[in-house]
Design a protein around this ligand. Structure first.
Ligand SMILES: NC(=O)c1ccc[n+]([C@@H]2O[C@H](COP(=O)([O-])OP(=O)(O)OC[C@H]3O[C@@H](n4cnc5c(N)ncnc54)[C@H](OP(=O)(O)O)[C@@H]3O)[C@@H](O)[C@H]2O)c1
Length: 346
């Protein structure tokens, strides 16, 4: 009987993060099903992030970490986890009352006294941002800011690429790109003087692959990826690190306690904001350059677009129109059914 070898690539994404499993199955004859006792081995490619497993605590403890967008969502959870790991924090967003709420909930070696509130509107221009950086640097004058977590972002409006309005485009880019880059340009010289500093940038899967129905958001995250990978290439030898985190759909809660799914009224497979924050901190503490955090099918799409773009872009061209319709109907925009024309709404 002739033997055939087949490779079956199973793409696994779970709350545990990024994982591919390559299963090499021995197939007998014309059967396409592997025999139960066949020689089989699994190679689990724990892509860099998942192989790191735990936070390097000494990279976080006693460090000064400035987080934007800390008034709710992933930023709030990041603040809680970083405080618990013994970091000193500067928390920023526009809503001061929400920042105070978050500050009161923080526990850890330096909380609450080592947690400073710095209200900040990323769209308020360079003079304001210069003042904000001066304040942030003065809170902990012995060390200055060790990490800048760029987490704040403009809301993610769902519109087709042609419906993008100039106002919406400007509002998105003002926060996600111009404000974030300006803050970086102003803070980086302080870090360069000390010969060390680390930018952790909350990008998105939409910054790696097409995101039908979210063209503005996707464009802004692609821009961030381009800027920060370039910044790192220019400044790495001078002690500046950059970690770009690209999450897929994440379950977040607002300050008032409602969750992403509750707000949308549909169930989507989202990674919890706790797991997202945990993996982000693991990636940052190990100095990873880029980390992907997502459930399927978004993770598989990211891999395809990165490593097999012909297939990845073909797939996105197939689902794109349906995803825009699903978004308009407030349906599930991450459903595998979009590929087959089924618009699963829950
Ligand atoms: N949630 C997801 O599914 C998901 C997926 C991929 C990537 N991400 C990324 O992860 C990050 C956090 O997402 P999230 O869902 O937690 O966001 P979110 O709940 O919408 O929170 C956004 C944060 O940004 C702040 N912010 C908004 N405009 C600002 C401005 N002009 N100046 C300063 N701060 C401002 C908000 O606070 P104020 O309103 O008080 O200013 C808030 O704290 C974002 O970068 C997002 O793009 C999220």
């Amino acid at each position: 009987m002739s033997e055939k070898w087949a490779f079956c690539v199973v793409v696994c994404g779970s709350g545990n993060g990024t994982r591919w499993v390559l299963k090499r199955c021995r197939l007998m004859g014309s059967s396409t099903r592997p025999k139960p006792n066949c020689l089989e081995f699994c190679v689990v490619w724990d892509f860099t992030l998942i192989s790191k497993r735990n936070v390097k605590r000494d990279e976080i403890e006693d460090k000064v970490i400035w987080i934007t967008g800390a008034s709710r969502g992933i930023g709030e959870v990041l603040a809680k986890q970083l405080a618990n790991l013994g970091a000193k924090l500067i928390i920023s967003a526009r809503n001061e009352a929400e920042l105070e709420r978050v500050q009161k909930q923080l526990t850890g070696k330096h909380a609450p006294h080592g947690v400073k509130i710095l209200p900040l509107d990323l769209t308020s221009g360079e003079d304001f941002l210069e003042e904000a950086v001066r304040k942030a640097e003065s809170f902990f004058p012995d060390t200055g800011v060790d990490y800048m977590f760029h987490n704040a972002a403009f809301e993610r409006p769902k519109t087709s690429a042609l419906e993008v309005s100039e106002d919406g485009l400007k509002a998105t880019f003002d926060v996600n790109v111009f404000g974030t880059i300006s803050l970086t340009r102003i803070l980086a010289p302080y870090m360069l003087k000390r010969g060390k500093g680390h930018f952790v940038v909350m990008s998105s899967a939409a910054g790696k692959a097409p995101a039908p129905g979210q063209a503005m958001y996707s464009a802004s995250k692609h821009a961030l990826n381009g800027y920060f990978h370039t910044l790192r290439s220019e400044l790495f030898q001078k002690g500046i690190k950059v970690t770009i985190v690209c999450p897929g759909p994440i379950e977040t809660s607002t300050g008032s306690g409602t969750s992403t799914s509750e707000n949308k009224g549909v169930s989507e497979k989202r990674v919890s904001s706790e797991r997202c924050a945990e993996l982000t901190i693991i990636a940052a503490s190990h100095g990873l350059k880029e980390a992907w955090i997502s459930n399927q099918p978004v993770l598989a799409v990211m891999y395809l677009v990165q490593y097999m773009p012909t297939i990845g872009f073909w797939l996105m061209d197939k689902v794109g129109g349906r995803r825009v319709e699903a978004a308009a109907q407030k349906g599930n925009t991450y459903s595998i059914g979009l590929l087959f024309g089924k618009k699963k709404s829950s």
